[in-house]
Design a protein around this ligand. Sequence first.
Ligand code: BEZ
Ligand code: FE
Length: 301
Amino acid sequence: MQTRLIVFQGISTMSKFFSEAASVEAVNVRMGERADPRLKHVMSSLVKHLHAFIKDVHLTQNEWELAIDFLTRTGQICSEERQEFILLSDTLGVSMLVDAINNRRPQTATENTVLGPFHVKGAPEREMGTRISFDGKGESCLFDGRVMDLDGNAIAGARIDVWSDNAEGFYDVQQPDIQPKWNNRGVFTTGSDGRYSFIGIKPVSYPIPHDGPVGKMLEALERHPYRPAHMHFIVTAPDFQRLVTHTFVGDDAYMTSDAVFGVKETLVAPYTRLQNAVTTWHSTFDFVLTPSSRGRELEIY
Ligand code: BEZ
Ligand code: FE
């Protein structure tokens, strides 16, 4: 208490009351000595940047009310099935920034990208090489490749969880009464050669959910809600960092304007048209995992 008072009085221009000039200090000085240090660090920086932003744009009372209303509607539309705040974070580039900061990897390792709201835990474990697409729509595509460590050695026992939209741009969970359950989803485990393969469809671009406040925000900013076509992957293996990623269809019209900023150049996969085959397309992509041990991480960075 004593220290707080001294710090407070130590700022020459400051009174004991709130003022525009000393707004940040007025708030941050209230934090107690026993509050968690990391929480104090994060919150004092948040207050500093938030106040600077409000001063920078000279936020009007009406704009403040609009912002409160926007956040209220964002919360109100959230449910077990829908997370509008994450969508807001995705469309503002915040999800990808947090992901980038927390997944710095050696150059040769496969890059992470956004998880998205359509992953479902507990997808069926399938035999290598089998189908994941069951609604009879779309152009079939053989996906294959290897899971490797940084030295190119095969990783056995890697678990590959995959999911994509259907040919009409919807995930099965968006159309539970139309699509078969677990359509375009499956889990595969690599053998000693580290190889994986399965037959899905060539994914198509689709809009993120845009019938809520985030959709309205995009519209007001003259931004479209589309994501370029991609296949989702989560690759996990003991002693390696979890890889959450996609592979992209490189010639998609939305590659350079993904609504959630998830595209990375290294994640573009080839799509080759197969001649005289039952399967129409072939897409090969190798995943390179980063070890999870701390010692190794220090060595890399
Ligand atoms: C997705 O790729 O499934 C996705 C990612 C972020 C927001 C919406 C959808
Ligand atoms: Fe997706």
